[in-house]
Design a binder for this molecule. Structure first.
Ligand code: MN
Length: 373
């Protein structure tokens, strides 16, 4: 039967030991071909860096460490994982710490001759990528819409997948390499966090991958990742978010001003979208001379990525999927008031694009009794 997954009786190792999965699939040949092409792309590579997008999330970190594991073990090429920006969200930091994942900050000296690159969960020339414009990666594995400018020896972009971690789970299973508890835990968290527990933008492939990982993931470590200890910044930012959120009909807008780490922006957007009335949320923060933006929608066909790209226009960069999107606008040469004015304009343009009249009166989220028009 195609795609049937069977577990050996001893597969539920409670000690976290890796056990073998008998994965009967109809995709063996497809993946043999993929691995051949990947090997071909890497034929002159002496050293490889797998790069995540900036401020990496669990999807990109788990994908990167898995690709590095496969390339190291299957093709015997020394491979390291690097990221740009910072790892901000408490869960993401916990994931790297408790699973002891080897990832480090990218530096300019990494772009020396003799080092090749693979990029995951992103494509070059996007706003959230530190990959230089004048270089071409060897490998691109992603689930965002394929960009016209994306060039690489080996490209695997699957927009119908909810998570890049799902793509890498398939590679790992089909590689015949051992599925370690460390990777199973990382990938299962990558998939569940990216898809909000398989409820957002997840398809059959994501569910199947998750089910194959779950028995081998370490539940105790997973719990430590999902429920990490939180820094005071978290509460301070949450307080500010609550006091700076405005509602207008089905829209909620939050302006955080300066944030200690840019991951607060998507986190708050997710949190605010849970407000009963909201079907669209926008969150803006300022970080390192940039306005960082996130939008979220409950509309499964919301085209959030396209929406935000239009909203940001030539002022910056943006990208995303149907229900989630992120972007940034450089503000290096702008005065404080100019930035504030620009943020005002963005929120108004956001409302207008959603069909609400301009200069809509927004009500503070924390108004004791919401004033209805
Ligand atoms: Mn992703």
């Amino acid at each position: 039967m195609p795609g049937l997954l069977t577990l050996t009786p001893h597969a539920h190792g409670i000690d976290g030991c890796a056990t073998r999965l008998d994965f009967m699939t109809d995709r063996f040949e497809e993946y043999q071909e993929r691995f051949q092409k990947m090997e071909e792309a890497l034929k002159n590579t002496k050293r490889l860096i797998v790069l995540t997008h900036d401020n990496p999330d669990p999807d990109s970190v788990s994908s990167a460490v898995t690709l590095a594991y496969i390339i190291k073990n299957k093709f015997k090429i020394p491979t390291t994982v690097k990221y740009g920006g910072i790892v901000g969200r408490a869960e993401n930091r916990a994931m790297i710490r408790v699973l002891n994942l080897r990832v480090s900050l990218l530096s300019d000296t990494d772009f020396k001759p003799g080092v090749d690159f693979a990029v995951v969960d992103m494509q070059p020339n996007t706003g959230n990528s530190s990959f230089p414009k004048n270089r071409k990666p060897l490998i691109v594995i992603d689930h965002h819409a394929l960009r016209k400018t994306t060039r690489a020896e080996y490209i695997d972009v699957r927009t119908n997948y909810g998570a890049t971690a799902t793509v890498l789970t398939e590679y790992l299973v089909e590689s015949g390499l051992e599925m370690t508890s460390q990777l199973a835990t990382a990938l299962s968290y990558g998939i569940s966090s990216e898809t909000q527990d398989l409820g957002r933008e997840a398809g059959e492939a994501d569910i199947k991958a998750y089910l194959s990982l779950f028995p081998k993931s370490n539940k105790k470590l997973l719990a430590n990742i999902v429920h990490p200890r939180l820094p005071r910044d978290y509460y301070i930012t949450l307080n500010r978010a609550l006091h700076h959120s405005l509602l207008y009909r089905n829209v909620i807008a939050t302006r955080l001003d300066e944030v200690k780490n840019p991951d607060f922006v998507p986190f708050i957007a997710d949190f605010m979208l849970r407000c009963e009335r909201a079907s669209w949320a926008i969150c803006l923060g300022r970080y390192k001379e940039k306005i960082v933006l996130s939008i979220r929608t409950t509309n499964t066909k919301g085209e959030a990525g396209r929406f935000l790209r239009r909203l940001v226009g030539k002022r910056g960069t943006a990208g995303g999927h149907e229900m989630i999107a992120g972007g940034q606008i450089p503000t290096a040469k702008m005065e404080h008031e100019e930035i504030t004015k620009l943020e005002d304009e963005i929120v108004q343009a956001f409302l207008k694009k959603l069909g609400h009249s301009e200069a809509a009166d927004m009500t503070p989220l924390l108004t004791p009794e919401p004033i209805t028009a």
